[in-house]
Design a protein around this ligand. Structure first.
Ligand SMILES: Nc1ncnc2c1ncn2[C@@H]1O[C@H](COP(=O)(O)OP(=O)(O)OP(=O)(O)O)[C@@H](O)[C@H]1O
Length: 491
């Protein structure tokens, strides 16, 4: 495909402070709207110039354990040291100890900071089956030595999220392309622990539904994480450039995400916590995988020390401050599936199509979408607020209104208060897989409804959802997925 990512730049995400309590972190959270385009900008604070001021003096080898030396280090430097040690230990240690925390064994049991157990070093931590005989993996998913930053040559920007930037890199040693994510690190002890935990989990993960991991290393005040490069990009990129995803392919996305979630939970006892189209990646081999698990809004918030936050894929119970369970991920999956199938964020007004651009004003009224779940009044108000140019030179009021992209949580422009939206998610019926312009199979509609039960107790678990007829009776083959992903990069 053409360099699909090099052109991504800029973002229009905006965030506001949270007024909702969050029991899962001491760090105040905030809410960010979904990105309006796949284009991303670097979060504030990621400029190299500002990083240089924080650079600590080089660490002298051999004396890093003395108390005097430790004291002299800035906390950021200590973190880098710890990360270096972690990587060293994953190459040479056979103890299998790690910073991974164990979580309750019931898939629906809530996970809170108070409920997780820090390993005691005596093997009390539940061992990952990805570890061999309790030993930490020394190699990456291909059995090679973990990647170092000096092996990498930057090729292109892939995008930037709330907490870091992702780059397409060439691995000179192994002659292949990889993706490198740089995360700016705050050095608070709680964050240290969480980063180490996430890195260790990534190192231990081996699943066809989880993006592969090749290594991590400190760079300045960043942590670099090297991953498998997914050449078709994220699913939000795909649908924004290719239009809605067919319902048959959407079903395969659902299956891949559920299998990835089950792997993370069953093998590593972790919950993803950030399922959304930009964290579901595809490649031209027809594989669909999830990434960014454990990179929760809170963690990113703390790492980057930027004003970013929890996304609107959040379940109603989470918005209200309840603890995370695997069912929170199921809700986020349901929202993501509607987004893929409709080609827009489900709470937003549908975007204009080119045919609508030529439609009469009365036809434009039909673009109000009863299924968008937002009250029509809110959709109209949002339309009136947007009113941006559409690039075709037609600035007549009706067209302007149609092109303002409504609530614009998935589109451009400013509009509805994010707090209003969060309140809406909590108080109004969940969105459905419905479009006046499309007929979706009943099994798909039911599946999404099962994901979006507002009461987590009645929301289905990943295991139950995988038994749904939409998944079980799918006729889509790996070859179909391959053909589809190739078609998205060839356009
Ligand atoms: N392994 C990868 N292969 C190819 N592209 C990737 C890979 N990882 C990330 N990307 C691209 O980089 C973009 C930015 O990723 P990142 O994880 O930093 O943020 P995000 O998931 O988009 O947003 P947020 O920070 O809110 O979670 C993604 O949207 C995706 O398009």
């Amino acid at each position: 495909m053409p360099d699909l990512v090099a052109t991504r730049s800029g973002t229009s995400s905006k965030s506001i402070p949270s007024v909702v309590s969050d029991d899962s972190s001491a760090v105040p959270s905030s809410f960010a709207t979904p990105k309006s385009t796949i284009s991303r900008k670097k979060p504030a604070g990621l400029s190299i110039a500002s990083l240089k001021a924080h650079r600590a003096p080089p660490v002298a080898p051999g004396n890093g354990d003395s108390p005097e030396f430790q004291l002299a280090l800035s906390s950021a430097e200590q973190l880098r040291l710890e990360i270096s040690r972690l990587q060293l230990s994953s190459k040479s240690s056979s103890s299998g100890t790690s910073a991974v925390e164990s979580v309750p064994s019931s898939p629906s049991a809530p996970i809170t900071p108070g409920s997780v157990n820090v390993p005691n070093g005596n093997g009390a931590r539940k061992k990952s089956t990805a570890s061999v005989g309790g030993k930490a993996r020394r190699k990456d998913k291909d059995g090679e030595e973990l990647v170092k930053n000096e092996d990498l040559e930057v090729l292109a920007d892939l995008g930037a999220g709330n907490g870091g930037t992702v780059t397409k890199v060439w691995n000179k040693k192994r002659n292949c392309i990889m993706a490198r994510k740089l995360i700016l690190v705050d050095a608070k002890p709680a964050i240290k622990k969480q980063i180490l935990r996430e890195l260790q989990i990534m190192n231990d993960c081996a699943s066809p539904y989880i993006v592969g991991y090749y290594g991590c290393f400190p760079i300045d005040v960043h942590v670099g994480i090297v991953m498998e490069y997914m050449d078709a990009g994220s699913l939000d990129y795909i649908y924004r450039h290719n239009g809605p995803v067919s319902i048959e392919i959407t079903g395969k996305v659902a299956e891949a995400v559920l299998r990835g979630l089950m792997y993370l939970y069953d093998v590593h006892r972790i919950i993803h916590r950030d399922i959304k189209p930009s964290n579901i990646l595809a490649n031209t081999a027809g594989e669909i995988k999830i990434c960014d698990f454990g990179v929760s809004g809170e963690l990113i918030n703390s790492i980057a020390n930027t004003f970013v936050g929890t996304s609107t894929y959040m379940s109603p119970e989470r918005i209200q401050g309840a603890a995370y369970t695997i069912k929170s991920d199921v809700w986020s999956l349901g929202i993501s599936l509607i987004e893929l199938a409709l080609g827009r964020f489900p709470f937003a007004e549908p975007p204009d199509s080119s045919s609508e651009a030529d439609a009469s004003d009365s036809e434009a009224q039909a673009t109000f979408d009863a299924n968008a779940t937002l009250p029509l009044a809110a959709q109209r108000a949002a339309l009136d607020l947007g009113g941006n140019s559409n690039g075709n030179g037609n600035n007549s009021p009706p067209h302007e209104r149609r092109r303002s992209r409504g609530v614009s949580l998935a589109g451009g422009g400013s509009t509805m208060s994010i707090l209003d939206l969060l309140q809406h998610i909590v108080n109004e019926p969940a969105p459905k897989l419905y479009s006046p312009r499309k007929d979706f199979p009943q099994e798909a509609v039911d599946f999404v409804e099962d994901c979006l039960s507002k009461d987590p107790a009645t929301r289905k678990s990943p295991q139950e959802l995988l038994k749904s007829s939409w998944i079980v009776d799918s006729k889509v083959t790996k070859a179909d997925l391959e053909k589809w992903t190739k078609s998205t990069v060839e356009e």
